[in-house]
Design a binder for this molecule. Sequence first.
Ligand SMILES: [Zn+2]
Length: 291
Amino acid sequence: MSAAKIPSKSGNVTKPWVKEALSTELLYGDGKPHWSNATKQSEARRERVKAVRFLLKHAFVKPDLRYIAEELNHCSPGNRCHCAVCPECGRALQRFFVSECKPLLANGSAHVVSIIDSKMSNREDLSRFSPSGLINRVKSILRKNGVKLAAGGIDLSYNQDKIGKFESHWCAHLWLILPDSNRISWEPALREANPPSDSVPRPIKIMKWDGRDEALAYALKTTFKRRVSVHQKKMSSGVPQRNTSEQDLRVAERIPLYQYLDSAGLHARVFLLGARPTMTDHGFSIVKLDL
Ligand SMILES: [Zn+2]
């Protein structure tokens, strides 16, 4: 018999559609969709156990971590926790998102757009970041500029500069896939709304989508990193250049990240414009809206 689910201190904030979407255990397995570097079921299970150990170890200074640990500890087939900290539930939502969004976007060419929003993305204190604020601001710009469909998600990183050119901060980075049409309108609008700065020299990056699942999966990746800016001079020309090194988060960053994810819910990182999760004759799905 599976153990009873213990409610988190903050209540389960994950939206009902996520629970519908994750109601099939197939999403927790190793069947389709497949992509290179995808996390296997066994790896996600190991990561969940490690997260439980970490949370319990630090619960003596932050007692709320114990509630999150208990939720994750009870996550099992037929009794999933749907907690945004859970590597197994996060991976299942990522697999649902890839399976459902690929057919919506695969008809015709599309772009991958990476956005660090000048007003909404960067916060010294992660608890002051509003995922809906970021999503709504970008949606509004895209809608006004003729975008009728886009799908993606929010990645969170802790950004630091090796020589202190900017203050260390949390960065919420939006990663979207959208069809090519009206790029002549939406690209300048995004660039105008998000000018470069010392901490974000390239706030908007646009690449052609190669049609592979990896780009969709990246939108809802389940590992979060510390990004450290390193300044070097080019060997050939001596011209200064900035590179970013990805490192593991430290305890001081993992604790607020886990608290934040738990309070935000698993749905909070998902971006959908012109499409919505809904029950259909063929099961729970993400369907395109007629706009
Ligand atoms: Zn779970």
